[in-house]
Every structure is written in structure tokens, then in C-alpha cells.
Design a binder for this molecule. Sequence first.
Ligand SMILES: Nc1ncnc2c1ncn2[C@@H]1O[C@H](COP(=O)(O)OP(=O)(O)OP(=O)(O)O)[C@@H](O)[C@H]1O
Ligand SMILES: [Mg+2]
Length: 358
Amino acid sequence: MIEIAQLEKDYLVQGRQVSALRNINLHIAQGEVFGIIGRSGAGKSTLLRALNLLERPTRGKVVFEGEDITQFDASQLQSLRQRIGMVFQHFNLLSAKTVAQNIEFPLKLTGKYTTEERTKRVAELIDLVGLQEHANKYPAQLSGGQKQRVGIARALANYPHLLLCDEATSALDPETTQQILRLLLDINQKLGLTIVLITHEMQVIRSICDRVAVIDSGEIVETGNVVEVFLHPRHTVTQSLVAENQALDLSLLQELAQRGNVAEHSYLLRLTYVGNATHEPILSRITAQTSAEITILQGVIARIKNTPYGQLIVEVLGSEIEIDKVLKLLGQANIRVDVLNHLVQSSINSTTDQTQEN
Ligand SMILES: Nc1ncnc2c1ncn2[C@@H]1O[C@H](COP(=O)(O)OP(=O)(O)OP(=O)(O)O)[C@@H](O)[C@H]1O
Ligand SMILES: [Mg+2]
């Protein structure tokens, strides 16, 4: 559906050239929800806006449905933008128009539809986003979540093939965020609509994306299926974005550090299991086969889109031989094991540093 090849964007800031995107290569398939995640200033909005040529790339190609859109003239661009809907962080609604009028606006702009056709389409869209009770209200009378529903309905008005979302949920509370994400996923599944979204929150990626690209300082540093990237992040930027979302309880590490007993024969492990393994009693089976003591310190079972996964932080105490046995059995059970002893160690160091500073 979209092929981005060697895309670059330079900005001229006070006579100096600033490189905002460098050598971006991406393929986005028809019907997928593709997420782009990165820190503030990484280049997310610039990249997203290059997909509908709101931002003209300095070099490289953007091929959309088989056509290189960087070569389009003004009238081609105008019709392109009807095939690509866009949803904004701050909704960008017309405050003097009602919900229905906001949604109708892009239909009017095309000049293609009669009044009756527009009224019918607006009613369909209002149903789709669940705003039946609010059609005649003004934006100021709506909650943030309701405003974003209007933004989504408006973006879908002209039957786009692609929906671009620029931080569509960043202005919303966590619960409303989940509702809007569910709506987007529902639209993706019902209409088969391809969605590209940008965000700085791993939670958003985890909830609805199939694939993800991580952008840092204008470059894509990692791409892959969300399950793979989320559970086995390779790049340090990805690792830190994932870590924020996993909320490994730091006080837990500090407690262990203070107890001072992550000794030679104690291992602090993070165990990750995906899919069916999540529901199997693997730990109790392992405990039965060794004399090592396994204590669960923290655990979560959750989902990445449709894939269940579990993550446990456990402490394993025992002789070298027994611990080896445990590690081997975990490996045989297809559980990914990360040794976290170094985290406790650094927690000890930072506690000591603080004590020395005081
Ligand atoms: N119109 C512009 N003129 C000059 N520099 C720009 C312009 N737009 C963006 N930049 C620069 O390009 C880089 C990428 O900006 P961009 O807005 O794409 O980041 P972002 O990842 O969307 O950040 P945020 O999460 O804060 O929205 C930044 O260094 C920014 O200062
Ligand atoms: Mg941005």
C-alpha cells in the first residue's frame, strides 16, 4: 500500500540545515495498523505528514497505491488527500459548526455529493463513531473523547483508503484513550482500512498495532511485529520505551538491594512467555524437578493486541547446579529468560552513591 524509499527531510532553520528525517525505508501493507513510536522531536510528525505530502520530502520517494506521490501536481494532490484521512492530537474541529456540520465539511469540499447524499453519509458516520446523541452539539459542548470521535468521523467521510493519526490519543485520559483505540481497531477491522499512527506511548502500540517502527533522531532504528519488538527490544531507545510501559517495580529492586542477598547463588530473572505458554503451570513443574527455590516477586499477564503474554520477575535461590537446571528447563519450555542481577547491583550502587552524597 505504501512504500517509502530513502526518504529524507531537511529544514532550514536560521540559515542552518537541520536534518529531520534520514534514509527512511518502510513498507506498510494494505489493512494493517502500523505504529511509529519515538521521543519528542524524533521526526514522527514530519514522517507522517510526508505520507500525504503535507510535508514535501527533500529527497526520496513515497509510493502510495502504486504511484510516486512526490511527483504529483496540485490537482493530483487534492484528490490524493481525499484518499487519505487524518486525525489530529488537538482535534482541529471548527468551533462554529455542529458535530454533523464538522463531519459534513469534507464532503462539501469535494463538491461531489447532493445534500441528501451528504445527510445520509453523515448519519452513517455518526453511527459508526457512536455520537448519535450529540449530532447537533458544538465542539465546546463535548468531552475530549467525543471531540476525537468527531475528528475520526470527519477523517473517514470521503471513504479514504488510509487513515493517518498524529498522536490521536495524547490529549485524552487513559480510559478514553482505550475507547478511542478500540474504535480505531474496530474501524480497521470493519472497513479493512489501513491505519498509520504515531505516538510516544508504547501502550498505544501494544493495544492496536500489528507492526511498529521506532524512530530516533530522524532515523528508523528498529522495525518489526509488535510482539517481537515489545518482548525482545533490540535498540536502546526501544528498550527504554518498553521499560517505561512495563513498570518494573523499582522499589522492589531497591528492597532486594537493601536486603543485600542477591548473592552468588541467587538469580533475579525476568521470564517472558508468549501465546499458549502463558496458561501453563511451567514454574510449578520446574520446582518439582529441582531443589532450587523459586519466589515470584512480580507478575503480569496481558495482551499485545491479540497475543497473550506473561512476564514474571522471580528470584531463584540454590546451588550453581540447581540454578543451571532451572535455566535449562526454562529454555526447554520456550520461555525467554533475562537475568536482572545487574539491575539490583546498579540499584545498590545508586543507593550507595546517594548515601555518600548525603
Ligand atoms: N517546520 C519546521 N521547521 C524547522 N524545523 C522543524 C519543522 N518541523 C519540525 N522541525 C524539526 O524537525 C525535528 C522533528 O520534528 P517532528 O515535529 O517531526 O518531531 P515529533 O517526533 O513529531 O515530536 P513531538 O513528539 O514533540 O511531536 C525536530 O527537531 C523539529 O524541531
Ligand atoms: Mg509530533
